[in-house]
Design a binder for this molecule. Sequence first.
Ligand code: BES
Ligand code: ZN
Ligand code: ZN
Length: 480
Amino acid sequence: MPTITTTPKTLSESPKGFCRLVLTEDNHSWHRLVETNDGGLEYRLGAGKFSEIDGRQFRTLVRTIVQAAKSHQIASLAVDLKFSQFPKLASETEVWFYATIAENALLSAYEYTAYKTKEDKRVAFGSLLLCSVTSAESKKALAHGTIVATFANKARDLANTPGCDMTPTDLANAARILFSKTKVGLSVLGEKEIKKLNMGALLAVGQGTKSETKFIVAEYWGAGKSVGKKVSADKKPIVLIGKGVTYDTGGLNVKPSGAMHDMHLDMSGGAAVLAAIGAAAALGLKKNVVALVPAAENSVSAEAMRAGDIVTAMNGMTIEVLHTDAEGRMIVADAFTYSERYSPSVVLDVATLTGAAIVALGEHASATMTTDVKLSGMLSELGERTGDLVWPLPLWDEFKQHLKSTRADVTNIANNFSKWGVAIEGGTFLSYFAPKDIPWAHIDMAPRMESIASDKLAKGATGEPVRLLVAFIEAWIPRA
Ligand code: BES
Ligand code: ZN
Ligand code: ZN
């Protein structure tokens, strides 16, 4: 990970050994590496008209700078980016500006090399120097962005780890390491305890494998635990639920070959909520947050859950399993029921739930589903501000009839096996398990499970929506 440092000096005064980045208003693809008169290096990069650069383009610009440094094997780069240079960013603050620089520089610098055995001989990008930074607030914002990106990158490490080395037990152990220097409390429930809790849906998904199913509970009481019976609104925690399917074969409804190889990433939601609560603690946020990760491997074996099985979820509802590949909603359902014991102020679940969300939205944004219009708007707005884009799909009662079961209370996919509106049916299924009279939203992050070329990120996990979740924790005001 490169380090980010600051200096009050201008770019032309930047120390020797740093390649100087000079932004020009040439076209985006224009760039040139030149030797300067004093023997230094200067990298000239076209950014287009500065007056046209909005928040989204600014994030991409920061990433482009880092990608350029990496591809030209520049170890140390000095840049001079001024908030006032970009008039379209005026609706944001200078704090946003510097946090955005740190976040996107570090996200873009990330590489997943854990399984590379040959030494990388390329010069690594190690240092980013930001010139003309004087205020303490700007430096604080950089530190904030550094923490958020560091945890988002940790989520990527967890998600990128292959399924053979990231079983539910491995995920729980990784959570312990993740929280080792923070004030996050961790408890991990095993199958015995999960059985006691009557989490029949979670157990069914994990019954086809030797890898033990786990239920990971992380708590951070930044606002202080409430004493006495009546919990004041500001102490009611935000509960984040993350889908932790450590490998999704599809189960007996096995996935076709081209659709299975990347299913070690099916615990990306779990990784994101663990990283988000870790970041909240590292930032010392005065908020109460709980992260719940139901973790199971959806495997194929003679013991695996069958299509047609009926299982009883923790809330007592019976689920007819029409499709063993619709497992994410089953494990998240039991986590929703478990969340009730916290009397949360809001519950968000993050899950790589459906390929259909990708069909609906494309690969640039995760899908949000909620009946709470204000919550929906807040998520969209924070998504735009942080870069973890989200967009709503409707969660209408019309979809409930799709999940009517002849033999049980609810089916886990459409009872007529229809392929239309499948992402919304996932959200609709969860609505049966979400706590009553508490705002909740479902985030289907399947579209953002893996990076695409325009992201200017390493291939694999994106670390989304950690930035959004941290911003949400900061901004959420519990309703009285
Ligand atoms: N983990 C998958 C969803 C997924 C697919 C995420 C591709 C990212 C990329 C999920 O468990 C699944 O298999 N969903 C099914 C639902 C269907 C059976 C109703 C799907 O999307 O096909
Ligand atoms: Zn599946
Ligand atoms: Zn899945």
